[in-house]
Design a protein around this ligand. Structure first.
Ligand SMILES: *Cc1c(COP(=O)(O)O)cnc(C)c1O
Length: 404
């Protein structure tokens, strides 16, 4: 097992060895986030298989959905993934440091006078605006850079991308050759809803426009799009969420493996009387003599307040000593109280870990209690957790200077 402690929460010591540092980090950690790199790779392989003959890329924006861009990128590159998407050029820099030879696209595109930052690390901007395209062309002409860019076309999301008219306007450039466009893409707004009418509409619009972009690879599908039908797969698919274990088919069972396990330390066990209230606001009242485990994770760690309970409403559950136990009262900044009255008396002690994600509690289940989606659960995972990586590539790409 390969342990990487969060540098923000654990100051690196030059006195202790790396192993001692890792052991010390785990001994003092109040929360431990374990990311299963083998599960991420297995999920990528499954998506790749589902999308054949299309290429399967990987979306690793937002620190690989909170899982850690460096280890995730290395594991996927070693597994054979060749194309990666991040949101910003800063994220691309981190991805490039992990993968000297991958193709990296930045979804948010480029601002004026930022061309050098992209060229320096061989990052391709995803261009979704005509002015942006003109600025990129000026940069390429002046610098001689020919690293390529993607064109994003809007087909109904109304977020990023050229309008259909604008896209038709650059068709002569595509036909003239030497256009510097390496990918044409669009993004689905409702792919997780199998029968949403916007899916078919976006597909038809995209098909029509890409038929004019002869010879340029096309890409439409995110994780959920891959499962709509093979027609949505085109030349390249761009899964993110499904790689990290989020269900891409919410209307059916999750075909992906769980990736994230989150445990937090029990820092106090206490007994309260019937009629005592627990936590801020006193919104939860013990209906019987109650034993509580106070667990050291809270909303500052990305465990949302919405998961708390009160006398009228049940909140989320936490696994303690192998059993699901309900949260008692509100979620604090650093702590949650868990009702462990139904556990065997000696099943759990102060210092033991409680499981917040894992042992049957999925990211999607927690998202339901948080009033959000799995994406926000993962990207909210806090900096106080020690990060532990399981599995991963036996061979790691050598650290090399950015290729050009
Ligand atoms: C985030 C993103 C993806 C990945 O979406 P998932 O639903 O996480 O698979 C793909 N394409 C674009 C344009 C994105 O912004």
């Amino acid at each position: 097992m390969n342990i990487v402690s969060d540098p923000k929460s654990i100051p690196a010591s030059s006195i202790l060895s790396a192993e001692a540092n890792q052991a010390a980090a785990l001994a003092t950690a109040t929360g431990v986030l374990t990311v299963d790199l083998d599960a991420i790779v297995a999920n990528w392989r499954k998506l790749e298989k589902a999308a054949v003959p299309a290429e399967c890329a990987a979306v690793i924006k937002a620190d690989a959905y909170g899982c850690g861009v460096d280890p995730v990128a290395r594991a996927l590159a070693a597994a054979g993934c060749k194309t990666f998407f991040v949101a910003t050029v800063d994220e691309a820099r981190a991805a490039r440091a992990a993968m000297p030879s991958a193709t990296i696209y930045a979804l948010d595109g480029i601002f004026q006078n930022c061309g050098d930052a992209f060229a320096k690390i061989d990052c391709k901007p995803v261009i979704g605006d005509l002015n942006e395209l003109a600025e990129w062309d000026v940069f390429c002409r002046r610098s001689g850079w020919a690293g390529g860019a993607a064109i994003h076309i809007d087909t109904g999301m109304n977020r990023l991308g050229l309008t259909i008219n604008e896209a038709q306007g650059i068709v002569p450039r595509i036909n003239a050759g030497d256009h510097g466009i390496t990918l044409v893409m669009s993004h689905l707004a409702c792919a997780e809803a199998l029968n949403h009418p916007l899916n078919a509409k976006q597909l038809a619009t995209f098909r029509e426009i890409v038929s004019l972009f002869t010879g340029v690879p096309a890409s439409l599908s995110n994780s959920s799009g891959i499962f709509l039908s093979p027609q949505f797969q085109f030349d390249l698919v761009r899964p993110g969420a499904a790689l990290y274990g989020i269900n891409p088919t919410p209307e059916a069972d999750n075909p992906m493996q769980p990736v994230v396990d989150l445990k937090a330390r029990i820092v106090r066990i206490r007994n309260v009387e019937r009629g005592d209230s627990v936590g801020y606001g006193g919104t939860w009242t013990a209906r019987r003599p109650t034993r509580l485990a106070i667990v050291s994770a809270g909303y500052a760690d990305g465990y949302f307040r919405a998961a708390g309970s009160n006398d009228g409403t049940r909140g989320a559950e936490v696994v303690v000593a192998g059993k699901r136990c309900p949260i008692a009262g509100r979620v604090s900044m650093d702590l949650i109280a868990v009702d462990i009255t139904d556990l065997e008396k000696n099943a759990v002690r102060r210092g033991h870990m409680a499981t917040l994600i894992g042992e049957g509690i999925t990211v999607d289940e927690l998202a339901h209690h948080f009033g959000t989606i799995g994406y926000e659960v993962l990207t909210s995972l806090g900096p106080r957790y020690a990060r532990v990586y399981k599995g991963g590539a036996a061979t790691v790409e050598p650290a090399a200077s950015a290729s050009t």
